[in-house]
Design a protein around this ligand. Structure first.
Ligand code: SF4
Length: 328
């Protein structure tokens, strides 16, 4: 069950004297939109407008909508602060309340062959790191919580595109325990070539990411090779405030040296319908969210790779280096 922190929410709105609020919720929390709207309007002098476009992450802030609507505050649920923007934003992190002790006990079987364990979580589970650390230590494990790096707001926090804290200490641990969902655990497995075990408090499951990692790696090799073979390549630039990964100009120049024709394209949401309409472009490199190319692999009818994978296309990295250093 999520904690919506209503008391803090109203106090902050009043302190900021917000008159018009743009309320942004991730897809999994959108069902709370009407309840929260009513609650805010009944308990403050603010008008609430719900952002109806998808919100996939803390990178995905509806700045244009807020400015067009002349809102004076964005409330972004389910995320911690990600980057500096020139607009007032109130982040409400929405912790997920659940007793996970039994799941942690279950995870001990999965990590029985490893002594040194890194533990990380998505922001909804930050409060569950201490109990995880305690139980692991009681079971004779050495525990490592990575420092906050890059887009992470907390030590031990991971995002779908942010595993640099783990990478920084990767020589210290044998395996990674992720508290969160399949998406965050898969990201860890693709970022660091070590065993990753997921503790999933939502579905009350514990499992290894190994099989899924192997399957995704096979898919990525296919996609990268297809982009290599393409003569005309589209480089997609993200239009969302926090979705700019790598230098598109660098990739463009390198592809052109290899006699490929390159078209620069800007998009908010990247989906197959848009790519199909660009009918003469054979393959795409997306420099927006690095997980799109991976998560939507089966939905795309043309090959799509992310920035780090594009480094293999232009021969800056070998496949081995990419998988060693991380696809994300
Ligand atoms: S860029 Fe992608 S993975 Fe990173 S926070 Fe945004 S949606 Fe999540």
């Amino acid at each position: 069950m999520y904690k919506f922190d209503e008391e803090n929410l109203i106090r902050e709105i009043k302190e900021r004297k917000a008159k018009r609020i743009l309320l942004q919720l991730p897809e999994g929390l959108k069902k709370e939109a009407s309840r929260l709207t009513k609650f805010i309007q009944e308990n403050s002098n603010s008008e609430v407008i719900v952002a109806g476009e998808p919100c996939w992450g803390a990178c995905d802030i509806a700045l244009d909508e807020a400015k067009n609507l002349k809102a004076d505050l964005i409330i972004l649920y389910g995320h911690a602060s990600f980057m500096k923007v020139d607009f007032p934003i109130l982040y409400i992190e929405a912790r997920y309340e659940a007793n996970i002790e039994e799941l942690i006990e279950r995870s001990l079987k999965e990590i029985k062959d490893f002594k040194k364990i890194a533990i990380v979580c998505s922001v909804q589970h930050m409060h569950q790191l201490p109990i995880t650390e305690k139980i692991l230590k009681e079971n004779d494990k050495e525990v490592f919580i990575p420092p906050k790096k890059g887009f992470a707001f907390y030590s031990g926090q991971v995002l779908g595109c942010e595993y640099n804290g783990l990478k920084l200490i990767k020589d210290k641990f044998d395996a990674i325990l992720v508290i969160g969902n399949d998406f965050h655990a898969l990201g860890a497995a693709l970022a660091i070539p070590k065993p990753v075990i997921l503790i999933d408090p939502f579905n009350k499951e514990v499992y290894s990411m190994e099989k899924k990692r192997e399957k995704i790696i096979r898919q990525r090799i296919i996609a990268i090779n297809k982009v290599r073979d393409a003569r005309k390549v589209g480089i997609i630039l993200g239009n969302k405030p926090g979705q700019h990964f790598g230098s598109f100009n660098y990739i463009k120049n390198e592809l052109e040296k290899d006699d490929k024709e390159v078209v620069l394209i800007v998009m908010d949401e990247i989906n197959d319908d848009k790519l199909v309409n660009l009918y003469d472009i054979q393959a795409f490199i997306e420099t927006a969210c690095p997980r799109i190319s991976i998560e939507d692999y089966a939905r795309f009818s043309k090959p799509v790779v992310n920035y780090r994978e594009a480094l293999v296309v232009i021969n800056d990295l070998t496949f081995e280096q990419l998988f060693e250093q991380g696809i994300v």
